[in-house]
Design a protein around this ligand. Structure first.
Ligand SMILES: C[S@@+](CC[C@H](N)C(=O)[O-])C[C@H]1O[C@@H](n2cnc3c(N)ncnc32)[C@H](O)[C@@H]1O
Length: 350
């Protein structure tokens, strides 16, 4: 959590420039790292039922008591924990957001980004020097089942928040239509489209590990007879033909322009004439987006995409040009009221 600051101290660091803001960033980076450790070691879960002394927490999570005490004291300084009468407790914000049992828990997000920043951002300078990623992000993810689960859980929960509005913004596919969800992993969007259009049949194509949550979502929704979960590489797989709707949700930002162009050509070939491709993307250069959390996130996320995958957040005009070159008509942008970061881009196969 950001270091708690009095208004005077905040003014000195942020407004009057009497003190270096980077000092706050340094502390906040340490705060983020210690929170990741608290989460991974199971500290917050150990305190879920109430305050405990350090020795009991150390026994429960199986770690060194001195090391743990120093971590807990740091977490108290950052307001993740409180310390009273020799016992430690989760702060109200930790109880509300970081326990895994909370339905909209932030734990998968914190856990995922903590792993990315500690394992993958150590050589950030290298990708910028060499002009491309230093590894294969999705191969890395498929080798880490817990991080993959956090990643897909984070995206599935976001789909639970956005899908309802997305469906109102995408024109209805024809009756008995066919949908292809490329990189659809957790299948949250496919399940929502199938619920909205009871005759729709769908294929979700993704890497094998990513489809594990998709299987659970499809089975729970009773959609096993309408949704095919197809393991494969979306860059090389034969996509087939005859689709009315292709979803590219949070996909093209993982690729450079040449790869996006090649993918859109294959998507156009898979669609029926008049069929539609829909992209869901955190768009760059959105004039209406207010400065603040969403804007800062999209900028940082774009850098992360370049570093880990060789992609970036694209501006609408860039995507519109790529879509037009691939044979799509009149690309359109749709704002979402439920997110300042994410936008829809729709286009129709000529
Ligand atoms: C950022 S996630 C988006 C998931 C989902 N479409 C959404 O918007 O919530 C990207 C998805 O693409 C999948 N993916 C990445 N590279 C892939 C590849 N080469 N072939 C198939 N799927 C891939 C990932 O496994 C992941 O599920």
């Amino acid at each position: 959590m950001p270091v708690p600051l009095s208004p005077e101290v905040l003014r000195a660091f942020i407004e009057s420039d009497e003190a270096p803001s980077a000092h706050l960033d340094m502390l906040n980076a340490i705060s983020f790292r210690t929170a990741g450790a608290g989460l991974r070691l199971g500290v917050f879960e150990a305190l879920a039922d109430g305050p405990l002394p350090v020795t009991t927490i150390a026994e429960r999570v199986g770690v060194d008591p001195l090391g743990l005490r120093l971590l807990l004291d740091a977490l108290v300084g950052f307001n993740y924990l409180t310390h009273t009468d020799g016992t430690y407790a989760n702060s109200a914000n930790t109880t509300r957001w970081l326990l895994r049992s909370v339905p909209d828990s932030f734990a998968p997000v914190l856990s995922f980004w903590s792993t990315v920043l500690t394992e993958l951002w150590g050589d950030l300078e290298s990708s910028i020097r060499q002009g491309g990623p230093t590894g294969d992000f999705y191969a890395w993810l498929e080798r880490r089942p817990e991080t993959l689960r956090d990643f897909q859980t984070m995206l599935r929960r976001l789909s639970g928040w956005l899908a309802e509005e997305v469906i109102t913004l995408v024109p209805a596919p024809p009756a008995n239509g066919r949908l292809l969800d490329l990189g659809g992993g957790h299948a949250g969007y496919t399940a929502a489209f199938c619920a909205a259009y009871p005759q729709l049949r769908a294929t979700v194509l993704d890497l094998p590990g990513a489809l594990a949550q998709g299987r659970a979502v499809v089975d729970t929704a009773g959609l096993a007879d309408r949704v095919e979960l197809r393991p494969g590489d979306l860059l090389t797989a034969d996509l087939g033909t005859g689709y009315d709707l292709v979803l590219l949700f949070n996909i093209v930002h993982g690729y450079d322009e040449r790869q996006v162009a090649a993918l859109l050509d294959r998507v156009a070939a898979a669609l029926n004439p008049g069929g539609r491709v829909v992209l869901l993307e955190p768009l760059a250069e959105v004039p209406q987006r207010p400065p603040g959390v969403a804007d800062a996130f999209v900028r940082a996320f774009s850098l992360n995409l370049f570093h880990t995958q060789g992609g970036r957040a694209y501006a609408f005009d860039e995507l519109a040009k790529l879509l037009t070159e691939a044979g799509f008509d009149e690309p359109e942008e749709r704002m979402l009221t439920r997110s300042d970061a994410d936008h829809l881009v729709l286009a129709t196969r000529a």
